[in-house]
Design a binder for this molecule. Structure first.
Ligand code: GLN
Length: 451
């Protein structure tokens, strides 16, 4: 009730929720109380959370921030729960609702949502980041203590950074993608967003694990992230890529907050090591070919026939396809479908798609080489703090803001973003730590001890 009341008062301004599941939340909370009375409660029983509206929820509309699925006349209501949703329910977590996002997770500011921009709780004129901007804003404004997010190229870490939260993108394959609406399947990964690394550890433990329904989820035991939060930091080697620091695009206040945070990690026992990640500049072009290529294939299912938005009075099948997709998808989604289709088309496939795949492999090898020298890599999460709504609408300049996050997805590595202070506008600054495969518990433990 506490959270539902706060949502009712604050969210009309913030616009973080697409759907508030009031009755369901109260029923689940009551059931949690019952479980508690019976002495069967787990540690998260009765704790509320918000799901990014990209996770399918049985009986509750799932929109992915798009008119294609959210059309008020015919919203998409999944007949099943995403595995993440199911696991949260099994842990006793209470679903408060579904939160806003950039359409099909394409964006960095939440301005690409059919439901309008979500505001940053630290400054209502600014963006919360994206694409999991609704998740970040809801937790930062205390309209939920925890939220799920997804990260294809930074969508958990960058909104966490813009809203002063901790968010972790796990190793690709750590969490099931079953029932998570696909954007770029080889990059998409779910993860928790919360106020602290400790809270993230609790939620990640619930979300992670192999799932027979997702062949890319990995059959490997899930670490006990919570009990491993205090791993010794003495001698921890933190790599500082020369290509990340002193880069002309990096805001000087962000740089200075990061320097302070790194010195605090040194006081906790860490050692700073300068390293190179020579492929840094190749990540944006590779990602913005590969992700749209996968998206163009994934989004071909929205054809106006099987489900989703259908245009009025189509004259023939071609008209049905083309008008349903033109009216149902927003500009950024259409741009990416066009780019992706072009990159995959005969004659261009080798020059663009195959080339980008080769670059992707080089980026991965670059990270693996770095991890022979250091235990984790530190850097900014984003080049700046949250910008004004409407300030950064040019697609290319928006893409350039992903410079520090997307290489991690191309390599499939885990990475965490954590708040390390505020800039002169009192906006949160985020530090990113990138680890080797399956190092989630180490990343959480470093940030936990810093916090
Ligand atoms: N900002 C990136 C994009 O627009 C990443 C989005 C994401 O991680 N879903 O594609």
């Amino acid at each position: 009730q506490h959270y539902l009341q706060r949502i009712a008062v604050i969210d009309p301004q913030l616009n973080s929720y697409v759907t508030v599941t009031t009755e369901l939340a109260l029923a689940q909370a009551q059931a949690a109380d019952q479980t508690r009375t019976e002495g069967k409660a787990g540690v998260l029983t009765g704790i509320p959370l918000a799901h990014k509206d990209i996770f399918c929820t049985q009986g509750i509309k799932t929109t992915a921030g798009s008119k294609m699925l959210g059309d008020p006349k015919n919203p998409f209501i999944a007949p099943y729960n995403a595995t993440v949703v199911e696991k949260c329910l099994n842990a006793g977590l209470v679903t408060l609702g579904k939160v806003n996002m950039d359409e099909f997770a394409m964006g960095s500011s939440n301005e690409n949502s059919f439901y309008g921009a979500t505001k940053n709780p630290w400054d209502f004129d600014r963006v919360p980041g994206g694409s999991s901007g609704g998740s970040a804003a809801a937790v930062a404004a205390d309209l939920a203590p925890l939220a799920t997010g997804t990260d294809t190229g930074g969508s958990i870490r960058q909104p966490a950074s813009f809203c002063g939260l901790t968010g972790i993108k796990p190793t690709y394959g750590r969490i099931s993608r079953f029932g998570m609406i696909a954007y770029a399947s080889s990059l998409d990964q779910a993860g928790p967003m919360a106020r602290s690394a400790e809270d993230c550890a609790y939620l990640l433990k619930v979300m992670a694990g192999h799932d027979a329904k997702d062949s890319t989820s990995v059959d490997r035991p899930v670490d006990d992230y919570v009990s491993q939060l205090n791993q010794p930091l003495k001698g921890l080697r933190i790599g500082l890529p020369r290509q990340y620091f002193g880069h002309n695009g990096l805001n000087s206040e962000v740089q200075s907050r990061l320097d302070t945070a790194l010195q605090q990690l040194v006081q906790l026992g860490a050692i700073l090591v300068d390293i190179d990640l020579d492929t840094t500049d190749a990540a944006i072009p590779a990602y913005y070919l590969l992700a749209p290529a996968e998206a163009s294939s994934n989004l071909s299912r929205y054809d106006g026939v099987r489900y989703g938005y259908r245009c009025e009075n189509p004259t023939d099948l071609t008209d049905l396809y083309s008008r349903s997709r033109s009216e149902g998808f927003g500009d950024e989604v259409q741009r990416r479908i066009l780019i992706g289709t072009y990159a995959l088309s005969a004659g261009y496939y080798d020059a663009y798609y195959v080339k980008a795949q080769k670059v992707r492999r080089l980026i991965q090898q670059d990270f693996l080489r770095a991890f022979e020298q250091v235990d984790v890599i530190a850097g900014p999460t984003a080049p700046s703090t949250a910008y004004q709504i409407g300030e950064n609408l040019d697609p290319v300049s928006m893409y350039l803001g992903d410079i520090y996050t997307i290489a991690v997805n191309l390599a499939g590595l885990p990475a965490i973003s954590a708040p390390v202070g505020f800039d002169d506008n009192k906006l949160p600054v985020g530090l990113q730590l990138i680890g080797p495969y399956w190092s989630e518990s180490k990343l959480l433990s470093i940030i936990h001890q810093y916090q």
